[in-house]
Design a protein around this ligand. Sequence first.
Ligand code: FAD
Length: 825
Amino acid sequence: TRNVVIIGAGIVGTNLADELVSRGWANVTVIEQGPLDMPGGSTSHAPGLVFQTNPSKTMTQFARYTVSKLLSLEKDGQNCFNQVGGLEIATTNARLEELKRKHGYASSWGVDARLISAEECLEMNPLLNKDMVLGGLHIPSDGLALAARAVQLLIARTREAGVRYLELTPVTSIEQAGGKVTGVRTPGGVIPADIIISCAGFWGVEVGAMVGLPIPLLPLAHQYVKTTAVPARAGCNTIPNGASLPMLRYQDQDLYYREHGDQVGIGYYGHKPMPVVAASLPAASEQTNEKYMPSRLDFTRGDFEPAWKLSQELLPALQQSEIADGFNGIFSFTPDGGPIVGQSPTVDGFYVAEAVWVTHSAGVARAVAELLTTGRSSIDLAECEVNRFEEVQLAPTYISETSQQNFVEVYDIIHPLEPRESPRNLRVTPFYSRQCELGAFFREFAVWEHPEWYEANAKLIKDLPPRWKSVERDAWSARYYSPVAAVEAWKTRTAVAMYDMSPSRRLEVSGPGAVDLLQRLSTGDVSKESGTITYTLLLDEHGGVRSDVHVARLEEDLFQVGANGPVDLVYLAREARKQRQQSPDQWVQVRDITSGTCCIGLWGPHARNLINTVTADDFTNRGLRYHRAKNARIAGIPVTAMRLSFVGEMGWELHTTADNGLRLWDVLWKAGQSYGVVAAGRAAFNALRIEKGYRSWGTDMTTEHDPYEAGLSFAVNVDKNGYVGQQALKGRSQDKTARRLRCLVVNDDRSVVLGKEPVFYDGRTVGYITSAAFGYTIGKPVAYAWLPSTVAEGDAVEIEYFGRKIAATVAAEPLYDPQGSRLCG
Ligand code: FAD
């Protein structure tokens, strides 16, 4: 059996030990630099508020599991969760609307929640100022984690199951050989390990550095205080740390509250970000106690002053109290707010589970345990993956700025399409200057500046035929949207458009073992003759879709793979390494060529007329059929032309190296003028893709879904054997699935939803929306949704949007060009 070392005995490390031994793993050692009874990390002082609802399904599922686990963790008749409920209040109209959206997330992800009136809020918490509260969201199953107690119970339980604990033992380095971990070094010597999981909390950066792994988290101090006894609450809670009022969030002013007996605890995110370098903190020692621990800095009273005033306004009873005790406690923030979970891309056996709140701790621990014991987590981990970041995002300046911004915005109302203000312009494609000239509205995509639409096309709005005109949108869905997208969609369907596809990930896979590698990892037959493109899926061992890719065989041993993100690169590179170790003559090189190359998607019924004016190569249907690739020249520029389309119109992806990009754009642009060419952005692209029924990995399907559920059975080659996930698919088929990704059309023709809204059937929540857009070609809003298979085509469903129910119908898909005649002509 393998030796496992967990670094850190906080709420994450101890939960992980528990999840591993409960799955039958032995030889687990937990190493903690502090004393075990009070390790001194963030968990040791966490007030433990667990608000489960989150825009992210993954995070909400983690929280739900944490709640159930803490409820089950009992000693002396007392568990580790005080289920007092959670109350989020609105003091502004904008927040009131936000709470409606949040209610939608709760329903989508299976958390029981209720929008309540101001009066009901006051009944639930009589301390509230009745003149301030407009309404609230109540979640009865939320509550307070007794995190430090849970850690002690988990230590006791796992010790009994054979887990070894070493306290006051810092891990000082990681031993490795042949690209794998072999042990951890401590002052007492080396402890052998085949698998190491760093659960070091905000010390994660230091531990990651031991294997050269940058961990994009920033430790920040956050203020928490306890008041003196509040007379209005005298005698209400008998135990000293007890609470009976629901936890309270006052997000309009970055504040939250809980009771500690008759005292009130107040947490504040409104102060300036206070970054900390973990390595500069005093080492944990036997002297660690409740007041004196590495993760607890002195209280800076001046920073808390606004919070104290605001709290006394919201809860006037606090005017009868004072601040008894305060501290600046440290925990981790990340560039996108998600945790950092998974295996190092280069050192096998080194895993991390960091930047995790108490709220998500047991959920994350279970996911890691599943990953280790079965090869995959039942909850999709894309939003947590340690490898999800682009190279530029690992710069300390980027991590610092964006993580601080996340601290500042932790309670802000953020629109799903809202572009980041800073840092921007980090990655631009070769077409950037032209896009600026055309008035592009940019949004980030994998840190690239990517046009959402082009203001230059606004002049064409007046020419839009009436049936192409987009509908008037509500205030929320009108944000970061422009009716110009309708023009760009119309021109794509009726003339020709140029799309900047450069930010899409391009991997080059080459070498004598390339075909074997790709055959082994994908569901399709990619061994066809050179010049063929295959749309195929990468599955995990359980049949879950880990990615969807286009594999173009350019030469015998040279492939270009259109993939989804850095995680695909890490996966292919790791599998290539394994293959080389097993059979050295079957070596494969996997290279990310995205930055060094660029790509224009030239699509529309006039695309061929356009291209024929700038090339001598054969772009007829015979010269380059659908799903074929070839090298060609456009006005002398070498390109790889791929006959593909993500918008459902005839045309090509034209790939070239970055140096040639600008000229390629200019040549096509000039030639396109007589064909009515437009530059088109992501807003139009997304709408056209959805009408055509093309799935977007990460939004429409993830590792939680198999190809049949996702409507992708056509991408599974039934004659093929021996690929990853094939065994798991045995016996499954589209008609045996319990759930399906379905296409919905909104009945009123005008209500546009944005994604993640709950879907109701027969009055019950049965699923949730993935992608949604106004379908310009069909003149109706379209949405995709996960629904039980019992909900069939033609059935009526409802979508909850801002607390309102919108009627929709399950439709046969794709809505646009089901025969594919637009693509193949
Ligand atoms: P930690 O508890 O920090 O554990 C990591 C452990 O690793 C430490 O014990 C450390 O000593 C050990 N370690 C590190 N490096 C080494 C090494 N080299 N060798 C050996 N051991 C090492 N979350 C919520 O969900 N709800 C809340 O209400 C909430 N409120 C908070 C309020 C404050 C003031 C703060 C500061 C945080 C709050 N959090 C809250 C966040 C939460 O406390 C943390 O996210 C969580 O406790 C992190 O748990 P962990 O196990 O990852 O880290």
